[in-house]
Design a protein around this ligand. Sequence first.
Ligand SMILES: [Zn+2]
Ligand SMILES: [Zn+2]
Ligand SMILES: [Zn+2]
Length: 478
Amino acid sequence: MNDSNEDVLIKVYDNKLKNITKISINKLIPNIVAAQIDIDYEFEVLKVQSIIARTMIIRKAKLFGGNGCEKYKDADICLDGHCIQYLDIESLKSKWGNDFEKNWNKLLKAEEDTKELIITFNNKVIDPKFHEVCGGATENAENVENHKIIYLRKVLCENCKQSLYWNNKRELTIREIEEKLGVKIDKISPIYGPDINGIIEEIERDESGRVVKIKIGDKIFKGTEIIKQLGLDSTRFGWNPVVFRFVTRGKGHGLGLCQYGANEMAKKGKSVREIIEYYYTGVDIKKYEKKNKDKPLSNKVIVIDPGHGGEENTGNIGNNGLMEKDVVLKIALKLSKILKDIGAEVILTRKEDTYVSLNERAKISNKIRPDFFLSIHMNSFGNSSISGTEIYHFRGDKEGEGLSSLIIEKLSEKIGTINKGVKTADFYLLRTVTTTAIHLEVSYITNPEEEKKFMDNYYIDLAAQAIAEGIKEYYEYH
Ligand SMILES: [Zn+2]
Ligand SMILES: [Zn+2]
Ligand SMILES: [Zn+2]
């Protein structure tokens, strides 16, 4: 835990001054909240938004393991709208006029009342998505961003029914739709309009194309009746759609917190915690902790899974009798020690030469929900000249991919194996473990030179160190 009076300085790129300055995180928050939410919302919601703003900054700040701003190198965040919304004091004064003092004091108090609080999930800083009005239910992350985020789950929100955006509409002509989407919509012959389900159906024409009978809505008309009633010139007529009315419900992407709904909850007396826990599934609200330089992996929970084990499951065996189950257990035990030394909490699926089923291994991990699950193996092939390192992750697991590429790089460099690449696979554990998981094939035990290496503890230690380095490097920036 950091010293609570210590000011955390954030490196901020100011696009007006065109330079990077260090600004206290506390000083940044009111201006961000002012830009992110309606100032007339309930005070509790301004507090919620202050926690969200702080969470967004901490998630980016390099001091806390973030990536910083990708646009302006060396900055943690920028104020040009790329990283975060922001309004400077001058803009706020002109926006609020006589209300400036009153509004500004509310923002300062909201920041003060929530000091150091951020939203975490499983000890990791969350991506606190929010939007203006959800329109009845928030969204599952995978429907918007193509990947699953456990705390961004759909929740029902009856709270925003009073909002102006509960129902809204926008009319667009065919031409506008074509322009905006860059598509071409086939022109329908104006003389032979097609059926439009539920609106215009059962069209009967004579051989010269004149409408004899037509069903519009729930009623059938003669062609001669229709032209009279609609004021058309001829029974030889067709139609084509020109304008579409799109009816929308809600405003924004629908992920995470619904601000309008949060405001309604606050009006009903719900607390900051209740509001945050409602819209972000399974999260914690706690004070941030600065990274300890000697313990870069503190806060990380890692499950190491030495493959195989026991009498019945030796795994692959080398020509000289070296067994996969023994090599991977040795690497796992050494790796566990290194990771613990740099702050990680490590859990092994087996610590001895025992049989543990795949199902049991998945269960151990899913109960703990670690940051990272690592299964360690040695490969085999009929042709003993084949060697190299391979790593597998589940399709779409970006973290798994990131970790894999660093680990494979370090491993092939340190133990001198061929880097055979990071691949995706549908292995049982990759599929079943609910957190980021990778399957590592350190080397080929069937290759005599490789087998000889791993009979030697020197190479066992080297492999463990290389894996640890890859993990450490990954989390230094994530
Ligand atoms: Zn930026
Ligand atoms: Zn809502
Ligand atoms: Zn194996």
